[in-house]
Write a protein that binds this ligand. Sequence first.
Ligand SMILES: NC(=O)C1=CN([C@@H]2O[C@H](COP(=O)(O)OP(=O)(O)OC[C@H]3O[C@@H](n4cnc5c(N)ncnc54)[C@H](O)[C@@H]3O)[C@@H](O)[C@H]2O)C=CC1
Ligand SMILES: N[C@@H](CC=O)C(=O)O
Ligand code: NA
Length: 438
Amino acid sequence: MTTASDTPALNIALLGGGTVGSQVARILTEDADALTQRIGAKLQLTGIFVRNPQATRDYQLPAEYYSDDIDEVMADADIVIELMGGVDPARELILKAIGQGSNVVTGNKALLATHGNELYEAAAQAGVQLSFEAAVAGAIPILRPLRDSLSGDRVTRIMGIVNGTTNYILDQMDTTGASFNDALAEAQRLGYAEADPTADVGGDDAAAKAAILAHLAFHAPFTLDQVYTEGITQITDLDHKAAASAGYIIKLLAIAEQLDDPAGVVLRVHPTLLPRQHPLAAVRGAYNAVFVEAENAGELMFYGPGAGGAPTASAVMGDVMSIAKRKLRGGPGRTHTARRELDSLEIGETTTRYMMVVRAADAPGVLAKVAGTFAEHNVSIKSMNQTPDEASTEEHKTALLSFITHRAKESQLAKTLEATKTLDVVDDVLSVMRVEGK
Ligand SMILES: NC(=O)C1=CN([C@@H]2O[C@H](COP(=O)(O)OP(=O)(O)OC[C@H]3O[C@@H](n4cnc5c(N)ncnc54)[C@H](O)[C@@H]3O)[C@@H](O)[C@H]2O)C=CC1
Ligand SMILES: N[C@@H](CC=O)C(=O)O
Ligand code: NA
């Protein structure tokens, strides 16, 4: 029989005591007995590195846990959990942890999408594990399935809602008519947003996740700067109305797809119109969902809470438990080093659909002229709708023409857009959005 004193212990150092860090501290403390029972070892939280040890936190432990002395906190750590965010000093501290032989768990997608390869290499060389399930889609187990369960298949495409803050904002604007700023403030209050929310609303957070997803799905390294990125800050009321009247909803999607000709991967993040009946259209609030298409498995969908303290802490704890089990068994660290090089292609190489709303003269022949620019660039129109324009006057009668195209190469769609803008019968292109789903 194992007595309490025979139970082995693993030391855990926590860097960061904010939204997620507090919840990890809570789980390690409140669920300590259950965790020990599950793995046969104690997970001993030895210290929490914070900027201000005196500050009060969402989950408060006794004062002796908090320190601004990194050496003291990290000394003798079997596992270092980095939940500070940002590139510096997180990068140095993770390298320091790896250098001293500690295993590392992080949720820091901004760091992994820019300096991941350096960190994966360092971990592989040191024979320690670097795990980061929390970095993509919060609580949803998505990285482990890609890395393990699907490693015998060929993933061809990933499409997902991977930023909780923007999904929350778009959902609030769509369903309650909330303003962008009010919805963002609420997302910050609920702990979904990054410390600097421009990464959320500008699309960079989703882009970082797209790069990480692509790395694991396609077994090749990708970085943030290879992701074509548009956020949600430019979306107007008119975009929402145009989408709704055509039966669509706007979602910020991250898409990673493998092309055969030319061979490579296109990574993109942008607001996208989805049919209201599409499964991703039903993803509300700060929930996330990731569609994975694989050659043999077919279509898979992963769904769950994508942000917030407790859900993200769940993913962190999953990594901690997995490392602890491996460490107790005495196995080597797992490496995430990419196995091959795969070109990252420009967005122009991919195919997509567009909805374009233009304000044009309400006169004979106008429709044919606008439609002509689509034909000229080999873009087929799926549907067209004309609605009255509130800005129309007796002197200058105008109407709103809304076009939805069939799938075409991005570069052809871009040329169509440029040509449409220059037509003398077109006053303005009011809304342009990509469309996914059937
Ligand atoms: N909040 C969320 O829903 C999710 C967050 N993440 C990631 O988890 C990490 C932590 O996120 P949150 O807990 O939301 O952030 P937060 O801003 O609430 O907490 C960060 C903590 O780190 C501390 N910190 C930051 N820089 C420091 C420095 N130089 N020295 C000492 N302490 C420092 C802060 O004082 C704070 O206690 C980030 O990388 C974030 O991207 C990942 C998934 C979801
Ligand atoms: N700010 C992020 C947090 C989780 O990764 C988000 O809103 O999704
Ligand atoms: Na996850």
